[in-house]
Design a binder for this molecule. Structure first.
Ligand code: BGC
Length: 404
């Protein structure tokens, strides 16, 4: 049932992708400077090894890993890229890290360059799960294993998938809404809600949406939740490239069309923090009501954590991406060592996760073995949990900053 619904959503997303086309290819630059707002390729040969000999030894000991990230314009991928790069280098691997500026054609090109460079294994967070076939087929021809990182790639060249339980990210958001508004005991009260989902090209986006909707739909059917705009289906509420500006613009349109008459807005389900940021801006500037609107999110981006402290956003579903890269490293080592890959590896990761061979398929009938980590709800009441990870600090002003 769950898979069938997602299958329908994905085929709609596929059509949208084909219609939109891939845009023109642009080549990546090579640099040793990662801290730029332009998207770059970093060739960081084992911490820029001092001598050629040392570099050769490192490569021989561990091998070369290609790490292809989607964009630096969405906060989390900067963290993912940095953690993967650091952790693989610390384990003795040579790394090539690229960001592809949310441009699928460029990501294909970046991966092709990695293959030409002789990488032994690829880690890819896809911009578009359906648009990497050329590069994936070349990886298969070259015998290079591929780990789909965070976002599944719909190509059978993918060997394994490491992510969080994406469906449960959505159920956590939905259940948070149910519990916070006490919808079970709402009686005749009606709460007004709007919905903003993620990028249709991202295989994760329908999972987040569906997880939340499976929890909320009974309350919509019962009339306890009322989507005033009537915009509920995934295609209508989706946000291309998870863009904050696109989410902002759509939220402003909804507020002016359906809420300018004083209608109260109670909840805005947002699939992640970049979209929640746009919705929060719209609610702050364009919503006429004086009540606090419950706004959900995902990731723990700095601006959103500030909004949580300030009462502008209500919660975020936090995914510890440092742990995600630890699991990816452990899996990559096992693949390169020729070890058996199954749930028996999990204790060696030291990270809570499940081994799942049913939930994700790279093509119909081809399940992709997956290691899925566990997401957590963060509100203003448990921000200390983030500080306790060692990945955030809390300033004297009470706001959190990610440790760089
Ligand atoms: C990730 C989310 C993220 C979104 C936009 C998704 O694939 O799983 O954590 O918010 O992409 O970057």
């Amino acid at each position: 049932m769950k898979r069938k619904v997602l299958g329908v959503l994905l085929s709609v997303a596929m059509v949208a992708t084909l219609v939109a086309g891939c845009g023109s290819s642009s080549s990546s630059t090579t640099s040793t400077d990662t801290a730029a707002d332009t998207e770059e390729t970093t060739t960081d040969d084992a911490a820029a090894a001092d001598t050629a000999d040392e570099s050769a030894d490192t490569a021989a000991a561990g091998g070369k890993i290609g790490i292809s990230m989607p964009t630096q314009s969405l906060e989390r991928w900067n963290r993912d890229g940095a953690y993967l790069d650091e952790q693989f280098q610390a384990a003795g691997y040579e790394t090539v890290l690229t960001y592809s500026d949310n441009d699928s054609a460029r990501q294909v090109n970046d991966i092709q360059n990695m293959l030409a460079d002789g990488v032994d294994l690829l880690i890819v967070a896809a911009i578009d799960g359906e648009a990497l076939n050329t590069a994936m087929n070349e990886a298969a021809d070259a015998g290079v294993p591929v780990i789909a990182y965070d976002r599944l790639i719909l190509n059978d060249a993918v060997s394994y998938y490491v992510s969080f339980d994406n469906y449960s990210v959505g159920t956590l958001q939905g259940q948070f809404i149910v519990d916070t508004l006490d919808l079970e005991n709402a009686g005749d009260k009606v709460y007004n809600m709007e919905i903003t989902a993620g990028d249709p090209a991202d295989n994760n986006a329908p999972y987040f949406y569906q997880g939340a909707m499976d929890v909320l739909q009974p309350y919509i059917d019962a009339g306890t939740l009322n989507v005033v705009s009537g915009q509920t289906d995934f295609d209508t509420v989706a946000t291309a490239q998870w863009s904050t500006d696109t989410a902002l613009e759509r939220a402003q349109n909804i507020l002016s069309s359906y809420y300018a008459d004083g209608t109260q807005l109670d909840v805005w389900l947002c699939s992640n923090d970049s979209t929640a940021l746009g919705v929060s801006q719209a609610v702050t500037s364009d919503y006429a009501g004086s009540n606090t609107v419950l706004i959900t999110g995902q990731d723990g981006d700095e601006a959103n954590l500030k909004n949580i402290v300030d009462g502008i956003q209500t919660m975020t579903v936090y995914k510890n991406v440092s742990n995600e890269s630890v699991v990816t490293l452990g899996l990559a080592q096992a693949i390169l060592n020729g070890d058996t890959i199954d749930e028996s590896l999990i204790p060696s990761f030291g990270i809570e996760c499940s081994y799942d061979v049913e939930s994700y398929e790279t093509s119909e009938g081809n399940p992709c073995p997956s290691f899925l980590l566990v997401p957590n709800v963060i509100t203003k009441d448990n921000l200390q949990d983030l500080v306790d990870t060692g990945l955030y600090t809390m300033g004297e002003d009470g706001y959190l900053s990610a440790v760089q």
